[in-house]
Design a protein around this ligand. Structure first.
Ligand code: ZN
Length: 160
């Protein structure tokens, strides 16, 4: 496994704005990519990472909100319910936080690394993470949806 470079919007990175391609074959390259993405996410204390953030324009996301790693290939949201407005940040938009409206509960469908179709249900933070990462696959950043930006000093106060 290896750490990957996380692309930042401040470098005007086009890769973050392009619609990603479906993954048709799950080979060692994809498995290595998923492992590298998790390692990179953990190293930066993130809760999610999408392949375009490491410059790979393919539909792959990894998430860990503290309940173990989730890897989803070609994910889509198939169910959503309710609403929540919480603060989000993004490893590709460092030093910026803002509130976004998301569903309270979602179900995402995709494939795991064995090519099996799986559904992942998320509530609260997990629902946010699924929506945020799946958005990346169509070139959408959470900053496109921000309702209110949070002052960094306000974020310091929130940190435990
Ligand atoms: Zn992000």
């Amino acid at each position: 496994m290896a750490l990957r470079n996380v692309l930042k919007v401040e470098n005007d990175n086009e890769s973050l704005r392009i619609k990603c391609r479906d993954i048709k074959v799950i080979d060692d390259k994809i498995r290595t990519l998923a492992a590298d993405m998790l390692e990179t996410m953990y190293a930066q204390n993130g809760v999610g990472l999408a392949a375009p953030q490491v410059g790979v324009l393919k539909k792959l996301i990894v998430i860990d909100i503290g309940e173990g790693p989730v890897t989803l290939i070609n994910p889509i949201i198939v169910y959503q319910k309710g609403e929540q407005e919480e603060i989000e940040g993004c490893l590709s938009v460092p030093g910026v936080w803002g509130t976004v409206k998301r569903p309270q509960r979602v179900i995402a469908r995709g494939e795991n690394l064995d090519g099996e179709v799986i559904e992942v249900e998320g509530e609260g933070l997990m629902a946010i993470a699924l929506c945020h990462e799946i958005d990346h696959l169509s070139g959408t950043l959470y900053t496109d949806k921000v309702i209110r930006y949070i002052d960094p000093s306000e974020m310091e106060d929130r940190r435990k």
